[in-house]
Structure formats: C-alpha cells, structure tokens
Design a protein around this ligand. Sequence first.
Ligand code: HEC
Length: 136
Amino acid sequence: MSVGRLAAAASGIALALTLGGCGGRAPDSPGARLYAMNCLACHQRDGAGVPGVQPPLAGTPVPTGDPGELLRWVMYGERPASLPRGPYSGVMPQFAYLSDADLATLLSYVRTSFGNQAPPVTAAMVAAARVAHRGR
Ligand code: HEC
C-alpha cells in the first residue's frame, strides 16, 4: 500500500470515528462504522430516530421484517405496506450504490442492534434484490 493510500485509509477511519464518536463509544465493528457513515445522522446512534422526522429502527416493522422488503426500501425506496406514507417529514436517500457486502454487513448490524433480534442479511440476498429490481 502506498503512503498516499495509507493516509487516505487513515483519514477514512478518522472520519468514521468522528461521525460516530461524539460523546458515545466509538463504533467498534464494520457494521457500526457503516451505520455511522450512512444512517446515524437521521436514525441516531441508538436507533431512536427523531419524532415526526425519522422513524426509529427498533420497535418498527421494516428493520426486523422480511429481508427482501427491507432491502427494497433501503436500496430503492420501494415502500413496504408496513411503512405507511405520512407520519415522517424526512426523506430517506437510497443506498443501492453500496456494495453487496457492505449492505449485508450494515443491515445485519441494524437487525441485531438497538434491541433488535432478527436473522442477518446476506450478500447473496442483496445480489438477489438487485437482480429482481433490474428485472422490473
Ligand atoms: C436523510 C435521513 C435518513 C438517512 C440518512 C437514512 N434514513 Fe432511513 N428513514 C428516513 C426517513 C425519513 C424514513 C421514513 C420515510 C417514510 O416513511 O417516508 C426512514 C425509514 C427507514 C426505515 C423504515 C423504518 C420503519 O418505520 O419500519 C428503515 C428500515 C430505514 N429507514 C433504514 C435506514 C438505513 C439502514 C439507513 C442507512 C443505510 C438509513 N435508513 C438512512 C430517513 C433517513
């Protein structure tokens, strides 16, 4: 690895620590780091969301529900029936640009954090969601 790449990698880690590290424990797993970089700003460190703006990721149906529905929502903004339009003023970005491996790690983290206890999302499930979406 070149010195420049090392520096870039180090600054990426520093950014993740800064984003995730304000006051609480530093993110300590790849899933926690991905959450800190992509989701924390809206859904908050503890997954509690912001009332009326962004929903919590614990005690809500989509995070621990059908992995296919979760993937369609997070990757493409396809709204599941269990997430009625309306109560939240925020708009969620789409995350299909993340790699299969990163989405699997990130969503598995969400499904096992904040008190959630749901089976992991695999990279193969992410790949299948991409194929299904392209087929539309
Ligand atoms: C810019 C703010 C923002 C970011 C960043 C964001 N979300 Fe969201 N998220 C929202 C909003 C707003 C909603 C509710 C949207 C709606 O119902 O129209 C939502 C809803 C959800 C839901 C459905 C929860 C339920 O009530 O069942 C899940 C799951 C979710 N987000 C996961 C994620 C994940 C995972 C990430 C990071 C990859 C993420 N979000 C990043 C704003 C955000």
